[in-house]
Design a protein around this ligand. Sequence first.
Ligand SMILES: [Zn+2]
Length: 386
Amino acid sequence: MIEPYGGRLVAREVSDAERARRDAELGDLLTVTPPIDQLYDAEKIGIGAYSPLEGFMDSATLGSVTRTGRLPNGLPWSIPIHFPVPLEAAGTEAGAARPGDDVGLLDSGGRLIAILHLQETFPIDPGALARATYGTDDPKHPNVADLLAGGTTAWAGKIDLVHRLLPPWDRAEPTPAETRTEFARRGWQRVAGYQCRNPPHTAHEYIQRLTLEREDVDGLLIHPVVGRLKKGDYRPEVILEAYDALVRNYYPADRVMMTPLTITMRYGGPKAALFLAIVRRNYGCAVYIVGRDQAGVGKYYDPYACHRIFDAFDIGVQPARYDESFFCRRCGWMASGKTCAHPVSDRAETSQSRVRDALASGAELPPEILRPEVAAILRRPNVMLT
Ligand SMILES: [Zn+2]
């Protein structure tokens, strides 16, 4: 199986004894309650999903990533993983923490999720960070809006994970070590990773099937990113249930596995695609599926820049790159511009917005666009955050 990124899986979960001690002494610890985005990141650092990162980036690392797209050791890395000091911490004792201090990161319920061993406090320029990462400082870009609304001071330091986050659904989220163990148990050597953030329609299924047909792929990890919601997003449990329906009803059980990944989605187009592929390498994926406009939003990115970035940066993962696919009524089949000669007017439009509109209006969606088992789930009330 492919090695973790950087050669070693980071494991910074504390022992049971240390967990008990940290919980017992919580009252003596400086603590802050950061936005869920930073807690997701802290947890992912702790379980090794962001290997080789062991903590939140310091100023030298952040500068290297934004200027060169690489960590200081030369490994490609495209997305800043930094920790803006929560605005609410201003004026508090924790807000004045200094290098050498330990700061506890609490969830909204007051549970101690992680310890940040503070190594550096440094100023950040959210606008400059937005331009360097997302290519824009337009506040209409969701991640830019988050950056601009956050603090202008960052903390850097290693993370110790004390407790896993409690997801609001009843489903475990395996660590990279656990997915690797499961792949090995299934006899999968070379696994393809599939990134998604919406319920599956047939265009998604098509590129998953094309990947499963490859002779160099033993299995497929469908790894939906389910994190903080914004208006109009499908609820995580709906996405997971919809994928369950697809996997259970259509895929061979020994070829496909689906588990959630709780991180905040970075809509950074090519840079986000590269980052998401690095993360999947840590979970054990040697192949990574890249469709059209992966991790895009609005019109900020060329839809195929997410393909080209894998030529510019070698992360040791084989990209499985696919053009836009669709159901062609003349071909009577799923196709892409590479396999179908017919005009756009012959294509069944499978865009997410088309699917949403049809479901909202109660219109029937043909099985060429949506599997009936998936449609039945998406037709229920309150499947999206409104
Ligand atoms: Zn055709």
